[in-house]
Ligand binder design. Structure first.
Ligand code: HGY
Ligand code: MN
Ligand code: MN
Length: 413
């Protein structure tokens, strides 16, 4: 089995075919969750897996599971997967590389007529990005019971479309109840989305920890008035107050080691150049690998909002709607052993981004395989990697899954 290798050309070709769905002029992907492009990608994934002999199941949140039977149906499955949805100006690899590395494992097992003791399952998780609907990792979060199904079905995008209606519209409102799969191990392959592996010239990252995340919706209410006639001292400028908050968020990210702080989404009302903005709605994303540091950032952020509100005589509402605690990966040693077995240079690493495996780690030993991306750039249309780097990730995934399958079979004897 040691010599077993994936077909790098086929994997790269599958990535380029999938990239057609939502392809942008700059060569990236705009495939927001539950849009027609997401549907096309999902349909193609299901077609490829059916052609490879899998049985397809879809759950009530549109999560997809393609199952390749094993010799012993009493054993739990070894699973892998990631997401097909992208950022609005996303790349060709974030998420989809993990899904198609799984498909390449599936095809490689078939090519070599390998009968595994446990079943292998290949999954696609709904709305990992959290861009169109919040929060991120929504499908895997519902699956593991972190989020309530009905609440998440009712979430709406900026145009008022809700998740449940959109799942139905694209044909992925499945009937399988949430959380029904019998997984014994879960692995996710993903580009690092940062510069560390490339800078350290390592082929594979063994992800030991997923950092903590706090997301907020902030609404600043001031007073609309004329930009020409309102003296500066009398203004309640919601946008100027928001800019001060956002500058302070950036300072919070700079203040603590390994911290990041970001505002990526903003709506200004009435958004007219000669009316002082009366209301501004924006996002805040705080992250840190250490829960206590993230807690301090949370406290400082909230008190900073209150003092700015007081000083500027505006109202600032902070809705802290998502907290994801840092998570350790229990199956990362499988990934390390696989990287050593197949002979790839590797290093331990922390995941700066959230991933579906971070929630799967709640319910089953999980591991992540990271591979480098060019200049560490992601969530950008120029996101890039190479066929060889994808091949390394898929080979490590293949051998991680085979090792976990053997272990589960031995444990059951
Ligand atoms: O937000 C994240 O880290 C991921 O891209 N959803
Ligand atoms: Mn991702
Ligand atoms: Mn992403």
């Amino acid at each position: 089995m040691q010599k077993l290798k994936v077909n790098a050309e086929r994997l790269w070709e599958s990535l380029m075919i999938m990239a057609q769905f939502g392809l942008t002029e700059k060569g990236g992907c705009n495939r927001l969750a539950l849009t027609d492009n997401d549907k096309k990608a999902r349909d193609l994934f299901c077609k490829w897996c059916k052609e490879a002999g899998c049985e397809i199941s879809i759950d009530q949140f549109g999560n997809i599971f393609a199952k390749r039977k094993g010799q012993n149906s009493d054993l739990p499955s070894v699973a892998t997967g990631s997401h097909l949805d992208t950022q609005p100006t996303g790349g060709k690899f974030d998420g989809v590389f993990g899904v198609l590395a799984g498909v390449e494992v599936l095809r490689t097992l078939n090519d070599n007529n390998i009968e595994t003791e446990t079943a292998f399952e290949f999954s696609v998780w709904t709305n990992e990005e959290g861009s169109r609907f919040q929060p991120a990792m929504q499908g895997s979060g519902v699956y593991v019971g972190r989020f309530d199904l009905q609440t998440e079905w009712n979430k709406t995008d900026v145009d008022g479309h809700n998740v449940k209606d959109e799942l139905e519209r694209i044909g992925y409102l499945g009937s399988e109840p949430i959380g029904q799969r019998n997984f014994g191990a879960f692995f996710e392959t993903h580009i690092e989305q940062g510069p560390i592996l490339e800078n350290q010239s390592k082929e594979v990252g063994i992800v030991r920890l997923g950092q903590g995340i706090r997301w907020y919706d902030v609404v600043v209410n001031g007073q609309e008035s004329h930009s020409g006639t309102t003296p500066m001292a009398l203004r309640k400028d919601a946008l100027a107050a928001s800019c001060e908050v956002i500058t302070e968020v950036e300072k919070l990210g700079l203040k603590y080691e390994h911290a990041v702080g970001t505002t990526g989404f903003m709506q200004v009302t009435p958004n007219s150049r000669n009316t002082i903005p009366g209301q501004v709605r924006f996002s805040v994303d705080l992250r840190n690998p250490h829960p206590d540091v993230l807690e301090s950032m949370h406290e400082e952020f909230n008190s900073m909002c209150q003092s700015i509100a007081k000083a500027r005589q505006v109202d600032i509402e902070v809705d802290h709607f998502w907290y994801f605690a840092p998570v350790k990966f229990q199956a990362s040693d499988d990934v390390k052993k696989a990287a050593e077995k197949v002979g790839y240079s590797h290093m331990d690493i922390v995941a700066g981004a959230g991933h579906d495996a971070c929630y799967m780690a709640d319910i089953v030993p999980s591991g992540m395989v990271f591979t480098p991306c060019e200049n560490g750039i992601s969530h950008n249309e120029i996101e890039n990697t190479t066929p060889e780097q994808c091949e390394a990730g898929a080979n490590v995934l293949l051998h991680s899954m085979l090792a976990a399958s053997q272990r589960l079979a031995e444990e059951a004897k």
